[in-house]
Design a protein around this ligand. Structure first.
Ligand SMILES: [Zn+2]
Length: 238
C-alpha cells in the first residue's frame, strides 16, 4: 500500500493528517482500494466531510463509496482511534460497513444542501429548524470522560479525556455528526465558500486575514486559473 500513502496530491497542505496509524496496516493491506489521499483543505473537518467526494484530476472520486472507504477516510481524518476502527472493521457483519457508508453519504449530501444554502452570510438561530437530522444523530452519541495519562514534551501528566463507546459500526457516524455540529455552531458561515475553480466542488472556511481565499489550494485550482489567465493574455496579444 505504499502508493496509497506515498502518492502525492499537490492540494494537501497537511500531509501529516493522511498518515494511517500503524494498527491500521491490517485494514489497509486487506481492503483499501486504490484511491488518492482524501482532501483535508477546508480548515474545518465538517466541511472536509463534504469534500470526501471530489475530482482530484479528471474522474470524480468518492472516498465514502463503500465501508472500506469510510473506514479509510475516518482514519485519515483522525476521527476514530485506530484500535476502535480495527475492532469495528473486524466485528462488522458482511455488508454492515457498506450500509453505514451509504448512511454517511446521505448525511453528507444533506449537510451539503444546508451549507450551500447558508454559506456566505451569518447563520441565524432560525437554522435550528433544519437541524433535525443532525440532532437525531447526536442523540445517539455515547460519549464519556476518562482520566488518562497524557504525554507531551514536559513529560507525563493526568488529563481528562473524552471518548466514546464504539458499540457497533453505526458508531462511526457519531464523530462525523460531532464534526458537523461543531461546524454549524462554531464556524462563521460568512467565511464559508466554494473554490472558484471551474469544475472544482471543494468547500472551505476562509481563515486568511483579508478573507481573500479563492481556491481550495494554489497548487491545484489557483495555478490552473493562473495558467488559463496567462493563455488568455497570450491569445489577446497575438
Ligand atoms: Zn478547487
Amino acid at each position: 500500500m505504499k502508493g496509497y500513502i506515498g502518492s502525492k496530491i499537490t492540494c494537501q497542505p497537511r500531509p501529516e493528517r493522511l498518515y494511517l496509524p500503524k494498527p491500521l496496516c491490517l485494514i489497509r493491506r486487506a481492503v483499501v482500494p486504490e484511491k488518492p489521499p482524501a482532501f483535508f483543505i477546508a480548515d474545518s473537518l465538517g466541511l472536509d466531510f463534504l469534500n470526501s467526494i471530489a475530482t482530484p484530476v479528471d474522474a470524480p472520486v468518492d472516498w465514502l463509496d463503500n465501508g472500506v472507504g469510510l473506514v479509510a477516510w475516518l482514519a485519515q481524518a483522525n476521527l476514530v482511534p485506530a484500535h476502535a476502527l480495527n475492532d469495528l472493521a473486524r466485528r462488522a457483519a458482511p455488508g454492515e460497513l457498506d450500509k453505514v457508508a451509504a448512511q454517511a453519504r446521505v448525511l453528507r449530501e444533506w449537510f451539503r444542501g444546508f451549507v450551500r444554502k447558508h454559506m456566505g452570510r451569518p447563520l441565524t438561530p432560525a437554522a435550528i429548524r433544519e437541524m433535525e437530522p443532525l440532532n437525531e444523530l447526536l442523540e445517539r452519541d455515547e460519549m464519556f470522560s476518562q482520566i488518562a495519562v497524557s504525554r507531551d514534551s514536559d513529560g507525563d501528566r493526568l488529563e481528562l479525556q473524552t471518548t466514546r463507546l464504539w458499540r457497533s459500526p453505526q458508531s462511526l457516524l457519531l464523530p462525523i455528526g460531532e464534526a458537523l455540529a461543531r461546524c454549524v455552531c462554531d464556524e462563521d458561515f460568512v467565511n464559508i465558500r466554494a473554490c472558484e475553480g471551474k469544475v472544482c466542488t471543494l468547500i472551505f472556511a476562509d481563515r486568511t486575514r483579508r478573507r481573500g481565499r479563492r481556491w481550495c489550494s494554489m497548487a491545484m485550482c489557483g495555478n490552473r486559473a493562473k495558467q488559463a489567465a496567462h493563455r488568455n493574455r497570450l491569445k489577446a496579444t497575438r
